[in-house]
Design a protein around this ligand. Sequence first.
Ligand SMILES: Nc1nc2c(ncn2[C@@H]2O[C@H](COP(=O)(O)OP(=O)(O)OP(=O)(O)O)[C@@H](O)[C@H]2O)c(=O)[nH]1
Ligand SMILES: [Mg+2]
Length: 292
Amino acid sequence: MSHQAGFVSIIGKPNAGKSTLMNALVGEKMSIITPKAQTTRHRILGIVNTDDYQIVFSDTPGVIKPHYALHESMMHQVDGSIVDADLILLVTDIYEEFDETDVLKKLEGSLAPVAVLINKIDQSDEETVKKKVEFWQEKLKPKAIFAISALLEHNIKAVMDFVVENLPEHPAYYEKDALTDRNDRFFASEMIRAQLLKQYKKEIPYSAEVIVTAFIEGETLHRISAEIIVERDSQKNIIIGQGGKMLKIVGTYARRDMEEFFQRKVFLEMFVKVIPDWRSKKNYLKKFGYEG
Ligand SMILES: Nc1nc2c(ncn2[C@@H]2O[C@H](COP(=O)(O)OP(=O)(O)OP(=O)(O)O)[C@@H](O)[C@H]2O)c(=O)[nH]1
Ligand SMILES: [Mg+2]
């Protein structure tokens, strides 16, 4: 019996809705989503399995000009995702000013077919969407263009059908019950990072990294310890807040998200640690799981 399998790279600018799209396609809360740009820092696989096919979606960090070694690693992961791709979903949204130079540059040299997804049409009108479609048709002559709302799951089925139609003949790359390449520690740290992005302003979330230092699994309760790493003492004070108030808020929301994700009670403890300029230090980045 024939079987199809392929890698599908989801790329685009920060905040375009790539992670929202991947979660909708996979049907799981795989990637964290926040209103802030540069939420995703890693390439995260979301795998869809049926008897007939296996789709390996890869959510990626938004394409930016690198300012830190951290950003270089993030862009390296975008490049890797494009190299592996059998198919590319280029996510843009109705707010983009017809300028995706950085994203298009990344696609140079790739032979994989591209579908352009114009996202957030729930916040737009027919005329604007039509102009976007015409622009992309002219600019890229992609294999397909879809106007979608990842948030409202509008036209997601059409995208999924397109992906399935364009999968190569290939045996499965991963176990047929695999959902992702990431482990529970990773998801726990991401749920804390999502709260940092949601609860703090300006540079704070961008200066922070989260490392799970202990994860003791239980039938009914997971015990999780994590370190929040920031670059300066002043940032540490802001993260903790007066009398520990802010950190408590982060902990409460992150724990709730974890309890829903793991379907168990969670005991969560967090410590805040300063590592000056960790974003520029290759040895720390490596330790934190960012490939070179
Ligand atoms: N109105 C609307 N908002 C959306 C839609 N899709 C995503 N969003 C919102 O856009 C914001 C960014 O979504 P993400 O999925 O995190 O975007 P991303 O492209 O993964 O962003 P980075 O990881 O930072 O590159 C969030 O606030 C989402 O709720 C959509 O279809 N409609
Ligand atoms: Mg994302």
